[in-house]
Structures are given as C-alpha cells and as structure tokens.
Design a protein around this ligand. Structure first.
Ligand code: AMP
Ligand code: MG
Length: 462
C-alpha cells in the first residue's frame, strides 16, 4: 500500500527513520471520506507510524530553506516522516512523530492544538476549492509535550501531492551534485507536470501554479504566516499550516504570527513573497537551464517575468466573480472597481468574508446590509451605483464567496475545548467549514466576524 519511490529515486534527500512509539494512542479525528477515497485502512498503528504495511520505508526528508529571508542550508524534517507514496501517487506523511537527525534543538513532537489547527484549516481550504495538503487524522499520543506549559501531544497524518518544496531544490543545488538536481527535477516533473519537457518548463509550471495559488489565498483572505521557501511546494498546494489565519477586517498589513515582527508575511505582501521564493527556485535550477550562466539567468528572468501577469490575471478573474461582474465588463473596469472598493473596506474595517455575501444582497436590491459596514457612506454609494449599473449576478457571487471560513475566535475556542477533552466544538466547526458556500440555519455564529481583535496572535506549530 505504501511505496518508497522518493526514497529510491532520491536517496540523498531521504534518511531512513522510524516514528517514535506512542505510549497511549487515541484517535481524535479521522477524515473518513479521505481515507475511503485513498483506500487506506486507517489503523492507529499506521496513523502513528509504528505499524506500517510491509515494504514501507519511512524517511525524514532533507531540505534547505530561506526562513524570514535568512538561508539555512540544512533544515529537513525535524519532527516529520514521509511514510511513503499511496496507490494514487500522493504522499502519506506524519507530523509530530518524534526526533530525527534533522531535529537540531527541537523535541520532534507536536502539541494537540496546533495539529488540530492544521487539520481544520487545511480541510477548510480544501472545501473552499484551494489546492492544499489534506489532513487524514490526528491521534493523541498520550505523551506530554513541553511548550510554554505542558501540552498533550499528537501526531497529524497528512496527504500531499508530494512534499517537494522550493527548499528541496535549494538543498540539492547546494550539494553541487548536478546528477541529484537532475533526478530531483525529473522526479518533480513526473509527479506533477508530466508535460514539462525541461527544467525550465518545470519552473514555468511552478510559477503558474504559485501565481494561481496565491491569488486564491488573497481572494479568500488567507494569511499563510510563514512563507519560508521550505514551506512552498512544487506541486502548488498550500502546505504547513502553522501561524496561518483568515483575515477578518480588511487590511493589507494584517499579520497574525507572533514572530513576524516586521510583517514580512503580511496579507498584502504574499504575492511579492511568492515571487521572491520563486526567484530562489530559479537560482537552484540555473545549471539545468543552460550551461552558460548568463544565458541561464536570462532564461530564468524571462520565465519569472510571467509571474506578475499570471497573478494579476488570476486575481482579476477572481475579483470579477466575487463582484458578480459579467464577462462584457473589461478587466480594466474590474481592476478599477476593486482598487476603489478595497481602500473603503480598509477604512471601514469591513469583514472580508461576510461583506461579499451582503454585497450579493445589494445586487438583489437590498443595499443596506453591505452599506451599513462603511464609514464613508457617500464614497460607498458612489461606488455601488457604478457597480450596480454593470449588472452584477448575485447567484454567481454566492457561488464563489464563502459564508463560512474558520473564524479565529471559533478556531481558538474549538482547539481549547479539544485540548481539554471536549471534541464537540471542533466537530461543529468542521461541519461548518466543510461546506463553505451553503448557508445553513443554526450556523449563524460561524458566519460572523468576531469583535475587533487587533491583537489576535497565532503561534508557530512548535
Ligand atoms: P516549520 O516552520 O513548521 O515549517 O518548521 C521549520 C523547521 O523546523 C523544519 O525543519 C521543522 O522540521 C523544524 N521543526 C519545527 N518544530 C520542530 C520540533 N518541535 N522539533 C524538531 N524540529 C522542528
Ligand atoms: Mg515547514
């Protein structure tokens, strides 16, 4: 059931390793539909890595990475293991499975709260239609984990198209082993972009996938929080849900992560950071672009040059749908309307999610719910008159603008209850966010922003 393709094809990046035994494993949450889709017999032994099917060869993966701009040549899985590839080619991976040779000072463990957080938010992202790693299960280990206080420990099992990251390529490049870099490139092409015929075409494909992914984040108000190059996939899936959160009051400067003091990974910076990370990927791939370095750089710059236009196209088409604008409205008009609306939302501290649902009511003739959110009413009225004249389609808006995203206060409350032993609020939250576009009675609380929370902070999942 589990193959060892990554370990076989890229032994230099794969350190054979075993999961730590768990004293008292207890299943907290299982994604039954995903288990079924994968055809996985989700035993606790599998989900903690201690009882694997014959032939499985778990490994800790080596990778490098720029963290907050600073380069670390050897990161690697310090508390994670790749168990192997599933029959459909995706990775099955554990987080919180114990120390590895890459653990450095860390304990290799994970606390229940952060693992459940990854479970909820990744599944919410999937339900929103955004490419992401999936969460299969969270198992409590029975082992306490020392953080600021002692926390119950847990292991998350996740499924991803692969765990190849920009940092994997940086690591391979730094070894100066061109054969390894070539094999890694071939492996990535075969798994994710089989029509790419060269390293440059692989790079083009990753640029396109990331431009589209980050546009999706922006449209839904997702703040990843730690866009280091080791947390950016080659497949174009969102990965590593640490200090991430959904923005409520619209503000490009929104930062949740307690360690992001400079706001490097603020909501509004994400498109530029993705481009910066892609430049690091290009650097790693340079020797495969062309033997002549100047020529290789020229090719890299030209490929990366496509990013901004691709990002803008994805964002503009997403804003067109969010605003319900028909196809005969020009891109320029969509952009102009959006760029006028967003500063008004910023000034009014307008909730990024529920606003667009209320705006659909405006398209149906009920202007007040959307209007009441703004401080500069005259400016909003001026905007809304021009918008309505374009004939917005309210049904289209309701298909693309979610009602339910994981609200910060509800995530925190669900995690606190779960950590204390009561899983009911977490299950209710999962129920809400797993069908984000369908209004359901009884879930009103899940559709509403919290009170102003300018100090809301999230913490890395360590
Ligand atoms: P992250 O920010 O979660 O993507 O992690 C960055 C790096 O730190 C990765 O190499 C992780 O494996 C490592 N790491 C994070 N937490 C721990 C931990 N508790 N023990 C060991 N390594 C860790
Ligand atoms: Mg990571």
């Amino acid at each position: 059931m589990l193959t060892d393709r990554f370990a076989r094809e890229l032994p230099e990046l794969a350190l054979p390793w075993q999961a730590e035994a768990t004293p008292q494993p207890r299943l907290l949450v299982l994604n039954e539909s995903l288990a079924q889709e994968l055809g996985v017999d989700a035993t606790v032994g599998l989900l903690t890595g201690v009882d694997l099917p014959p032939g499985a060869r778990p490994v800790a993966q080596a990778y490098a990475g720029h963290q907050f701009g600073g380069y670390t040549p050897q990161l690697g899985d310090g508390r994670a293991l790749l168990l192997g590839e599933l029959p459909d080619g995706r990775d099955l991976h554990l987080k919180g499975s114990g120390r590895t040779p890459f653990s450095r000072g860390g304990d290799g463990l994970a606390a229940t709260g952060p693992m459940l957080r990854e479970y909820v938010i990744s599944e919410a992202m999937h339900a929103l239609g955004i490419p992401t790693t999936r969460s299969l299960a969270v198992v409590a280990t029975g082992r306490p984990v020392q953080r600021e206080t002692a926390q119950p420990g847990a292991v998350l099992s996740r499924v991803a198209a692969s765990h190849l990251r920009v940092g994997s390529f940086q690591y391979a490049r730094a070894t100066e082993d061109l054969d390894l870099l070539r094999r890694l490139t071939d492996h990535a092409i075969a798994r994710h972009y089989p029509s790419a015929g060269s390293a440059l075409e692989l790079f083009d494909a990753v640029v396109a996938a990331q431009a589209s992914l980050v546009a999706r984040w922006m449209l839904v108000g997702f703040v990843h929080g730690v866009m280091n190059t080791d947390n950016m996939t080659i497949s174009g899936e969102t990965i590593d849900y640490g200090p991430c959160a959904f923005m409520e009051a619209y503000d490009p400067a929104t930062v949740f992560s307690s360690i992001d003091h400079a706001g490097r990974y603020a909501y509004g910076n994400q498109p530029v950071v993705a481009e910066w990370n892609l430049a690091r990927l290009a650097e790693a791939l340079l020797p495969l672009f062309h033997d002549n370095e100047d020529e290789a750089i020229r090719m890299a710059m030209s490929s990366l040059g496509a990013y901004r236009a691709q990002y803008a196209a994805a964002w503009t088409s997403g804003m067109r749908a969010k605003l319900g604008l028909p196809a005969d409205v020009s891109d320029e008009d969509v952009i102009a309307l959006s760029n006028e609306l967003l500063p008004l939302m910023h000034r009014g501290k307008v909730d990024h999610t529920s606003f667009y649902r209320d705006l659909a009511l405006s398209a149906r003739g009920d202007l007040e719910p959307a209007r009441a959110r703004f401080v500069d009413l005259a400016a909003f009225d001026h905007w809304a008159t021009r918008w309505r004249a374009l004939g917005p389609d309210a049904d289209l808006m309701d298909r693309v603008n979610p009602v339910y995203v994981p609200r910060n206060r509800l995530v925190e409350a669900a995690l606190a209850s779960a950590t204390a032993g009561d899983l009911a609020p977490l299950e209710r939250l999962l129920h809400a966010v797993s069908r984000p576009y369908t209004v359901r009675t009884g879930l009103e609380e899940y559709a509403a922003p919290g009170p102003d929370e300018p100090d809301y902070q999230t913490f890395c999942g360590t």
